[in-house]
Design a binder for this molecule. Structure first.
Ligand SMILES: [Zn+2]
Ligand SMILES: [Zn+2]
Length: 160
């Protein structure tokens, strides 16, 4: 991403706007049962960013949820329209997980992997060229080298 060129996004009513000031780390689709309920659809697409690169304007409310793994996360919504903007997973230190489809140019961020394929809706067909996992995976083996490097350097520099 060029310097000073931010990614932008927001909720459906326009009250919440955000920018992402640095290239996101990774984008993935999750087909688990929790994500189906939360989205009211077949899967969610999430984009992981360093937590100091998401700048939110407007009023958000949050609630604590239990992820499928048993770990907790905090979900952030627009107080007016309820659009679910991002998640802070306790397990994802130094990162925030933005709902990819709230990005203005979300088509630029297709899922790099699909997870919890074991719960995928049977009528949904994915093409052969997408990487799928029954459940979770090890980011160290899957994420691009550049993202892993940026993430570990950030953790070191911010002593998180
Ligand atoms: Zn809104
Ligand atoms: Zn899920």
């Amino acid at each position: 991403m060029e310097k000073n060129k931010y990614l932008t996004g927001g909720c459906i009513c326009g009250q919440v706007k955000y920018k992402i000031t640095e290239k996101p780390l990774f984008t993935q689709a999750c087909h688990c049962k929790d994500c189906k309920v939360i989205t009211g659809s077949s899967y969610v697409i999430n984009t992981s960013v360093l937590d100091n690169t998401l700048v939110v304007e407007g009023e958000v409310a949050s609630t604590e949820l239990k992820a499928g793994s048993g770990a907790t996360c905090r979900a952030y919504f627009c107080t007016k329209c309820g659009t679910y903007i991002y998640t802070d997973y306790a397990s994802a230190v130094g990162r925030l997980t933005v709902r990819t489809k709230t990005l203005d140019n979300s088509e630029s961020f297709p899922p790099q992997v699909n997870i919890f394929i074991k719960d995928k809706d049977p009528w949904l067909n994915l093409t052969d060229d997408v990487i799928c996992f029954e459940k979770m995976y090890d980011p160290k083996k899957i994420w691009p080298e550049e993202s892993l490097k940026r993430y570990s350097e950030y953790l070191k520099s911010s002593s998180k």
